[in-house]
Structures are given as C-alpha cells and as structure tokens.
Design a binder for this molecule. Structure first.
Ligand code: NAP
Length: 291
C-alpha cells in the first residue's frame, strides 16, 4: 500500500480523561437526586470464586461507584456455590427495591451456566447488559441500557467528532459483549458495517476499506500499519498479557502517522467500559424509580 501523501497527525484517545468527565457528570446527577431527598442508585456485584483478576475488577467497579456517590453491595460466594444458590440470590436481588443494577462477574466456575445466570437477572436491572431482552432492545434500535464496552466506544467516537453516517465501519470480532452490539450501534448511526471473524477472507483488505475500524479479537498486534486506511479512526478493544506486558490487537506504534485516531490498550477503552456500567445503573435507577 502506498504511504499517505499528507503526513497525518494521529490523535491518541485519552480514555481516562473522558471517563473522568462522564463520571463527573454522573456524580452531579446523583448529587441532585440525593439533594432532592431520594436515595442514591445502587449496584450489586456478585463474584463466585476467588480469581484474583476478577476480584480486582470488582474492587475497581466498587471504587468507581463510591467515587460518584453510587452505592455498591458485594456478594462474594465460594467457587463451590451451586448454580441454584446463585440463582436464588439473583431472585432476591431482583425483588429488592433498593438494588438498581446487578452484575455477575464473569467468568463463572465450570458448573455454572453463564447464559442461565444472565437470563435470571431482571432486564430492568441488567447493568452489564447480558440479558437477551437487553440485546433484543438494541436490535430494535433502543439502547437505554446496553453493553458497556460498545457504549464506551460510541462515546469515544462522538467525543472526537468522528462522522459515521455513510462511512465504512469494519468490526473484527463477533462476541456478544463487543463485536455484535458495536456493529448494531454503528449501523444505527448509519455507518455501513462489515462484521469480521476468524473465517473472514483477506481480512487486511477488508480493514483497508474502513473509515472506522473496531478490533476486538484478543490477538495481540494482529493489525499492522498496512491494514489501516489513512486517517481512519482505529478502536483497539483487545487486551492481552504477553510477557507481563499488556498489548492491544493493533500495533500501536506502527499506526502512528497513518490512523487519524487510535485508542491505546491502557487508558483507552477500558476506563470507558466501567464508566458505562455506572451509566447503565443510573439509567436503570431512573427507569425504575422515575428519578
Ligand atoms: P471473544 O469472545 O474472545 O471473541 C473473539 C472474536 O474475535 C471472535 O468473534 C473471533 O472469531 C474473532 N477472532 C479471533 N481471532 C481472529 C482472527 N485471527 N481474525 C479475525 N477474527 C478473529 O471476544 P471479546 O470477549 O469481545 O474480547 C476480545 C478482546 O477484547 C479480548 O482481548 C478482551 O480481553 C478484550 N476486551 C476488552 C474490554 C475493555 O474494556 N477494554 C472489554 C471486553 C473485551 P470467531 O467468532 O470466528 O471465533
């Protein structure tokens, strides 16, 4: 591929700064609710087992809640917890008027079916957007509550004023939490979306057509400079640990001067994902409590 004729200054997305800005706005909204005599929204977080990474993720989520004045309750269950017991707990939380959002941290131990668990959560409290009803609403064009990472990606694109209407968007990955919902969101904004996966032929050629490229494959540095259309917005969702280093799916250094926008693997889309979990919980609260 010929190099771009004009040098391009690649903008690096600052996910932490945008996350702080959005969290500040959420905190203001919660403060107003509390000033008006209402209770703050509450997110319930459930962890089954003692996986250290999952434990650190839920601690981060709880910290994020408390920083914006949102309540968080934690349920730490042993790895041996029977599925029926977890479903019973979810049933109690569904019926608890003081809980607005429910998140069950994945992955779950092998004896627990994640789909059954997702379907047990009341869709009105589905802060992590894993229930099929939530996915169906997005299919119908409504995303008051939706998958957190795709919401974070849309916020990033909007923050940088990336035009979507009529543009070619390519999404690598077709997972339920990233690839499928972001494809729908981009299409709802009138982009022409191509969804790619492990059987896509000549992936590099497909990507070179993309004005917006979203990569969520979990394959470190699979996307190199020669896959990028000059000036494209490149959203790197992938996070892989290689030799103790966190790597994205895009070769961050190589796309400098070619991409118009790139999200780094650290402080990129990650902080936005947690922020959108908070946003979903506040939406769920308002919908249930008409706040
Ligand atoms: P996933 O369930 O792991 O699925 C990966 C997807 O990528 C699949 O659809 C797979 O295709 C496709 N794929 C894998 N290798 C490919 C290749 N060589 N060429 C083309 N497509 C390929 O996906 P995920 O849960 O969405 O996670 C993807 C990555 O994003 C992971 O690194 C994950 O850690 C990261 N992630 C980050 C955040 C964040 O907040 N930063 C949030 C979520 C996920 P098939 O369907 O054909 O197998």
């Amino acid at each position: 591929m010929a190099p771009p004729s004009e040098p391009i200054e690649t903008v690096v997305f600052d996910g932490r700064a945008l996350a702080n800005q959005v969290r500040g706005e959420l905190a203001e909204q919660i403060e107003e609710l509390v000033k008006a005599g209402k209770r703050p929204p509450c997110l319930a977080v459930v962890l089954v087992g003692d996986d250290p990474a999952s434990r650190s993720y839920i601690k981060g989520k709880q910290r994020a809640c408390s920083r914006i004045g949102m309540e968080a309750v934690e349920h730490l269950l042993p790895a041996s917890t029977p599925q029926a017991e977890l479903l019973e707990l979810i049933g109690r939380m569904n019926a608890d008027d003081g809980i607005d959002g429910i998140l069950v941290q994945l992955p779950l131990p092998d004896h627990i079916d994640p789909t059954t668990v997702a379907e047990a959560i009341d869709p009105a409290k589905d802060a992590d957007a894993l229930h099929p009803v939530t996915a169906g609403r997005l299919l119908a064009g409504r995303y008051d509550i939706a998958s957190c990472t795709p919401l974070g990606i849309m916020a990033c694109l909007d923050h940088h004023g990336i035009e979507l209407e009529g543009r070619d968007a390519v999404v690598i990955g077709r997972s339920q939490i990233v690839g499928k919902p972001i494809s729908l969101m981009l299409q709802l904004r009138n982009a022409t979306v191509t969804m790619c996966h492990s059987r896509t032929r000549d992936l590099a050629a497909v990507c070179r057509r993309a004005d917006v490229l979203v990569v969520a494959a979990g394959r470190p540095r699979m996307v190199g400079a020669d896959w990028i259309k000059p000036g494209a917005a490149v959203i790197d969702v992938g996070v892989s640990e290689v030799d103790g280093k966190l790597l994205g799916d895009v070769d961050f250094e190589a796309v400098q001067g070619i991409a118009g926008l790139i999200t780094p693997s650290r402080r990129g889309i990650g902080p936005m994902t947690i922020t959108m979990l908070l946003r979903n919980t506040l939406h769920a609260y308002r919908a249930r409590c008409a706040g």
